[in-house]
Design a protein around this ligand. Structure first.
Ligand code: PLP
Length: 514
């Protein structure tokens, strides 16, 4: 996968419109003596808290003001601006809990990922509400590639969402969590015969990507439901059927075939609502013509690519406008960043798609079901990655001091670092304690020079110490496990499921980690 070609992501751009396609340290205490870490962020699905851009310490707990102003005016020039993540209430509760994170860290004995399935359920519900509000028959298939956790797929099954799978492993994992075969969508290029066979057996919807794939499916001589994935005009992509291939495929599924042409699909890179709405209208046209030829053609899928709002507008602007090599250990990555501030994320983007040019009405008039395949957006604020601080060393950059922290995991558990880019939401240092704000880079526990979880110097509110935890927020969508492999034979971080109970938060291991 090349630069800027991260899964489900913009290609070489930070634009929402693009659619091509950190001295010697002492061990820390085992509990948080100062109470809640001031984590900020508005929560679209739960309680709201003002964005924590101004970190002035916790007056109730008597901590020393850290004095990072919103504009970071007192920030030394070799330090990146603060970029506090927008977080869910459950995550803020977890960070404020004086015991739970330490309990889990001691039980696991290494890095781990936390998942909040209740947030996934709320994200699903927001998409469902968008369909209801527009009066459209819609169905959600969670793009499973974005996270492997069993609890996410189980939540889909419970919440009435399907799952978009692209391998036999994903398919069987989804079935194992209770997703019915008929609620599966199978995407991906050149699907194996085994995958096609299983998909047909389970009555899954198969998105055909090539003529030879359709031929292999036909040769299985099983009843199967398919969508034909189109290569939209003017788009450069290795996926989908071009105009001629589309025509041939429709002919190949002639009357009396064991294959049912249920409709058409596409998936665009980037996050442009208008491009998706316009392409959806094109697919409605394909359905109408296919119906005239005797096919049911009553479903279109517009794929994934629903944006996620990781950062507030001001933090994102401050980063974009001031981006400088001086902020980084080494040089700044190429200007190829996810659009970390996204004003119309997730279900709001679906609202915009449905509103454009009367798409909702067009779908209703033609009795067409609209399918969506969001991966990242259903995982928004639904998980975090937790690393233990294993070492802290002091360095200088042009005489300016900073720290390099080494954590007990690797950047394989933070995929963005593998796409020549940088994951921008700031990690949170736990527990909260008083101290001096310290520009800090985060390195991994391997012998690779380039293996850093954060190359930029982050304005941590105090110096990190051995035994502290660093919590990277909002990593469930593609960050935590897309690239994980047991490099150096370091153990992979298990996934911990945290659920809210009235009295306290409770945790268990995810099915994939037992
Ligand atoms: C066919 C298809 N559907 C859905 C998705 C999910 O995209 P996202 O996570 O951006 O919503 C992808 C991502 O690559 C995809 O290729």
């Amino acid at each position: 996968m090349g630069l800027g070609d991260r899964p489900g992501d913009a290609v070489g751009t930070a634009s929402a419109e693009a659619h091509t396609a950190g001295p010697t340290s002492q061990p820390g205490p085992t509990t948080n003596p100062v109470g809640p870490l001031p984590v900020g962020g508005t929560d679209v699905a739960g309680g709201a808290e003002p964005p924590g851009r101004t970190r002035t310490g916790d007056a109730r707990a008597g901590t020393e003001p850290t004095a990072l102003t919103p504009a970071g005016n007192d920030r030394p020039p070799h330090c990146a601006p603060p970029m506090p993540a927008l977080t869910d209430a459950v995550e803020r509760r977890l960070l404020a809990d004086p015991l739970l994170l330490r309990d889990i860290a001691e039980a696991v004995g290494g890095p781990f990922h936390v998942l909040f399935p209740e947030r996934v359920a709320r994200n699903i519900s927001a998409f469902q509400q968008s369909f209801r509000a527009a009066g459209v028959d819609g169905f959600i298939y969670f793009g499973k590639k974005a996270n492997k956790a069993g609890c996410v797929v189980r939540t889909c099954a419970e919440a009435g969402a399907g799952v978009d799978v692209a391998s036999t492993g994903e398919l069987t994992a989804a079935l194992g969590q209770g997703v019915r075969g008929e609620d599966l969508m199978v995407t991906g290029p050149a699907k194996s015969d085994e995958l096609l066979w299983l998909a047909a057996r389970h009555r899954a919807l198969i998105a055909i990507d090539a003529i030879d794939e359709l031929d292999r499916l036909t040769a299985l001589d099983l009843r199967a439901r398919v969508l034909l994935r189109i290569l939209p005009e003017g788009v450069t992509s290795r996926f989908g059927l071009d105009r001629m291939e589309l025509k041939q495929s429709i002919q190949a599924i002639g009357a009396g075939s064991s294959i049912t042409l249920s409709g058409f699909s596409f998936h665009l890179s980037g996050y442009d609502a208008v491009a998706r709405a316009e392409q959806a209208a094109v697919l409605v046209g394909h359905c109408r013509r296919a119906r005239a030829g005797g096919h049911p053609a009553d479903i279109i899928s517009i794929g994934g690519g629903f944006g996620v709002d990781y950062l507030d507008a001001e933090s994102w602007a401050l980063f974009r406008e001031g981006l400088s090599d001086r902020w980084f250990h080494g040089s700044a990555p190429a200007d190829d960043y996810y659009p970390y501030h996204f004003p119309t994320p997730g279900a709001a983007m679906l609202d915009a798609v449905l509103a454009h040019n009367g798409l909702a009405e067009l779908l209703r008039e033609n009795a067409i079901r609209l399918a969506v395949e969001p991966g990242r957006a259903l995982l928004d604020r639904a998980g975090s990655s937790v690393f233990g601080v294993q070492g802290v060393k002091a360095r200088t950059a042009q005489d300016d001091p900073y720290d390099i922290v080494t954590v007990d995991g690797t950047s394989l558990s933070l995929s963005e670092q593998w796409f020549g880019s940088e994951y921008l939401p700031d990690p949170m240092l736990w527990p909260a304690r008083s101290g001096r704000p310290t520009p800090t880079c985060v390195g991994a526990a391997t012998c690779l020079e380039s293996d850093l979880l954060s190359r930029r110097r982050i304005p941590l509110p105090r110096r990190a110490r051995i035994g502290d935890l660093l919590v990277y927020p909002n990593t469930a969508g593609y960050q935590m496990d897309s690239n994980e492999s047991p490099f150096h034979e370091l153990p992979l971080p298990p996934k911990v499921v945290v659920r809210e109970h009235a009295d306290r938060l409770r945790w268990t291991l995810d099915a994939t980690s037992r």
